[in-house]
Write a protein that binds this ligand. Structure first.
Ligand code: WTA
Length: 635
């Protein structure tokens, strides 16, 4: 296993080392992996050209680092625990040996279907073990996987398949999400109509939905696996060959196919996984993210399996059959580390405490969050009621493009602070710059979050469009990777992510993160969640428009809650941060990954009630109409 830091002084020492001698530091970590050939040089980089390479000319296969490296010691250990959507259905447990067999088998099948090193394979599947098996089978033969989240529409799926030029699609008849059945194959069929590049679709039977199998194109997973068995020699890959493409959901423009390469991604995801979660032998680790997003790639599949961990894949949703499902799973498998999104926590918190009745949660050691700023109220709820005041919360800041966790506590080692991602991970040099790109030194500063030095897990390009990669991330500020996030470094040197910079509001010269205002609003006991956006204001420059979801209203009605929110915001931030308008809505326009589509709210806040552009990625497009009606009533 990769080394684990176990004390605060150890972190300080290792961090210093990683910053003063990054190449020596990462070479040492990389030494703990299995390479067919070691690198000639650790790193070459040029941020002006967006050109970064790690472990040059090194040869390896990432699956040999998951299997061959571990089989001797832990072949019989469980690699994957699969909890099905329906709690009464049977659990699946796959040992490292069993997973190895299945990956080999599917790798042979892909080969037989004509897939070669460098070919792209699209994956559109529910959360089943076969999804991870397919990814690893691709990696075994050097094919590039592109997983598309199973909640995407046919159009979005087609766009992504075409952009990547995928030859083969792996999908399923259907998928379960709580009480719903999703017609996955039907959506895939619609998408494939416009994708000439796809020659073969392999279809896993999951729900037994009736589906149409197109002769000459569609084949059943079970027919193929009945015919083929055996092992396959891992393809020897260059460290800088692509491992996968993952499209970012981006609320505007064409989706970007973020490309990660094998060597650096392997070293970075395994090392961050082990250290951030302090994973130890025998622990059961549960990440509730969907594999269709980067968190699922890095911290459900690659990071844990490279570490020889036991990783739990959950097919269903947190609220079915009831809002106690996560906690039931934690107790059922005696989960030690639990990693989820603040949005899930807030929705569970809103459903009340009764779902925690009878849940022990005693096995938990570490809790994690990812994907968005966590408000203090949700942080405390998580800390007090789930972690029972004894589990450190790792608030992990990172992005699809960063490949792995960048700013985060190491569990139990770096002291936490509610809603702070705390300190940078080894080798990460955050730079906070102002609008002109001047670096703001010292503590108690706030600005644009950039990264000043390469790290092994960073994306290398955007598929088919390197210039877009350079322009998006390396042209805003000279010689820096620009994250698009705003950040504050407080008096202790701790980092707090303020949300996307394009969401920063400037009211009468006061800059504030939408997340900060939302935090304050969410403190109100009747508020479930909220989103604020800026809108043009004749006197202040920008005003604040708040969209607020309340579970119920007290005797004072809307007006009562509105007034007490204003008092609360004044109390938590200052009178200047008080929203100019508060509209109560039933829900927020969220993408399926839980991100609020602020563009829509900004339009509404500006009084533009039509032409919202592409809303196909919204979880519930009808919510937009409801919000418009509420906003119009407010005037
Ligand atoms: C936001 C998810 C605050 C941030 C891994 C970032 C966060 C974007 C945090 C990336 C966090 C992620 N605190 N904000 N702990 N983690 N974000 O690509 O704005 O889906 O830029 O990657 O999510 O989202 P992505």
């Amino acid at each position: 296993m990769v080394p684990k830091i176990s004390t605060l002084s150890g972190y300080i020492f290792e961090y210093q080392k990683s910053i003063t001698n990054p190449t020596g530091f990462w070479a040492n970590i990389a030494e703990t992996f299995y390479w067919r050939k070691k690198w000639d040089q650790v790193l070459t980089w040029d941020f002006k050209k967006a050109d970064v390479k790690w472990f040059l000319n090194a040869k390896l296969n990432i699956t040999e680092n998951i299997f061959e490296r571990h089989l001797f010691h832990r072949g019989n250990q469980t690699a994957i625990i699969w909890e099905p959507n329906d709690p009464n259905d049977a659990t699946v447990k796959l040992s490292y040996f069993e997973l190895f067999d299945k990956v080999n088998q599917f790798a042979l099948i892909l080969k037989q279907q004509g897939i070669e090193k460098g070919d792209r394979v699209a994956i559109y599947m529910p959360m089943v073990p076969e999804l991870a098996i397919t990814m690893l089978a691709c990696a075994r033969i050097g094919a590039v996987h592109s997983v598309i989240f199973a909640g995407f529409s046919a159009q979005s799926l087609a766009d992504r398949i075409i952009d990547a030029g995928a030859k083969l699609l792996v999908t399923s008849d259907g998928g379960y999400r709580g009480s719903k059945t999703i017609p996955i194959k039907q959506i895939a069929d619609e998408a494939m109509e416009s994708c000439k590049c796809v020659k073969t679709a392999i279809v896993l039977k999951r729900t037994n939905e009736p589906v149409t199998m197109k002769p000459g194109r569609d084949v059943w997973w079970h027919d193929l696996t009945q015919q083929i068995n055996g092992t396959i020699e891992a393809e020897i890959m260059d460290a800088e060959d692509p491992l996968f493409i993952l499209y970012t959901s981006g609320s505007t423009g064409k989706p970007k196919g973020v490309v990660h390469t094998i060597g650096g991604y392997m070293v970075y995801t395994a090392y961050t996984f082990r250290n951030v979660f302090q994973y130890g032998d025998g622990d059961i680790y549960f990440c509730s993210a969907d594999i269709g997003w980067i968190t699922g790639h890095s911290y459900l599949v690659y990071g844990p399996l490279l570490t020889g961990a036991t990783t739990l894949i959950f097919e269903g949703i947190p609220t079915w059959p009831d809002a106690g499902r996560f906690w039931e799973i934690v107790d059922k498998y005696q989960v030690n580390q639990f990693y989820t999104a603040p949005t899930a926590l807030r929705s569970l918190m809103a459903m009340g405490m009764k779902w925690l009745d009878g849940k022990h949660l005693t096995s938990l050691k570490v809790l994690g969050t990812v994907g968005e700023p966590i408000n203090e109220e949700a942080w405390h709820w998580y800390h007090d009621h789930i972690g029972k005041n004894r589990c450190p919360i790792v608030d992990t800041w990172w992005q699809t493009e960063t490949g792995g966790i960048m700013i985060s506590p190491l569990a139990g080692i770096i002291p936490t602070k509610p809603s702070y991602a705390t300190l940078p991970f080894m080798g990460i040099r955050p730079a906070i710059v102002d609008q002109e790109g001047n670096e703001l030194m010292g503590n108690s500063v706030e600005g644009n979050l950039c990264i000043a030095y390469p790290w092994p897990g960073m994306a290398r390009t955007i598929w088919g469009d390197h210039e877009r990669f350079r322009e998006t991330y390396f042209s805003t500020f000279q010689n820096l990777y620009f994250t698009g996030d705003g950040v504050k470094r407080d008096e202790d040197g701790y980092y707090r992510i303020l949300g996307r910079v394009d969401d920063v509001i400037n009211v009468s010269g006061h800059r504030m993160g939408t997340a900060e205002v939302e935090n304050a609003i969410n403190e109100h006991p009747l508020v479930n969640e909220s989103a604020v956006v800026g809108y043009p204001h004749a006197i202040k420059g920008q005003g604040i428009f708040a969209f607020v979801v309340c579970t119920e209203f007290s005797t004072g009605g809307e007006e009562g809650v509105r007034n007490s929110i204003l008092v609360g915001v004044s109390k938590f931030i200052g009178a200047f941060a008080r929203p100019d308008k508060i509209v109560f809505v039933k829900g927020l326009p969220k993408t399926r990954s839980g991100k609020i589509m602020r563009r829509i709210l900004r339009n509404i806040a500006e009084g533009q009630y039509t032409n919202f552009g592409d809303t196909t990625t919204l979880l519930d497009p009808d919510i937009v109409t409801e919000i418009v009606v509420a906003a119009q009533k407010l005037g």
